[in-house]
Every structure is written in C-alpha cells, then in structure tokens.
Design a protein around this ligand. Sequence first.
Ligand SMILES: [Zn+2]
Length: 103
Amino acid sequence: MTNQTKHFIELSSILALRLRCNECEAEISLPLSKELRVKRLRVCPHCEHAWTINGSTMEGAIEDAIGAIKTVARLLNRDFPVGFSLMLEIKADKPEAEVGVKC
Ligand SMILES: [Zn+2]
C-alpha cells in the first residue's frame, strides 16, 4: 500500500514574498500587508547582483500575481457567502529518508 500526503495552503496564510539572491544567497522578505515595490529590487540589496533587467516583464508579473492573491484572499475573508473554500496545493519537502545521506 502506498500512502500519499497532500499539502495545502490558504491564501490568507500567505504572509510575505521572499526573494533569495542566486549569487550571494541573501534573502529579503516583503510583507504582503504593505505596498510591494518590486521595481526597487532590480539588484540584490546586499551584493548588487542584477535581479531583473530594467523594464523586465517579471516585475509587473510579480506585482500582478501578488495583487491577485491579495484580492481573492480579501474577498474570501469578507462576510460574502461563497460555496467553496480555496486553497493552493503545495509541494511537500522530501522527508529525510528520501534525501539520500552519503556516509
Ligand atoms: Zn546578492
């Protein structure tokens, strides 16, 4: 018998956007409760490695995605009757046993 565990997250549980630099691995967490200023993140605030190209569509896409998540979460949290609950299914971390430890 094979067991499968699925992991879900409610939109209201998403608190922040985390960006991690591919060059220096510094991380920045931007709370979704505040205004998101992605255009200010064209370079890593720590090592100045380029994160996006000036005018990249990535910046707008991130802002649009976060804006849509915030809008749907806000609508679901109102006293507005909907006949469903909405969650995102997320990929689970691999258990330690599947990671493969070399001795
Ligand atoms: Zn960096």
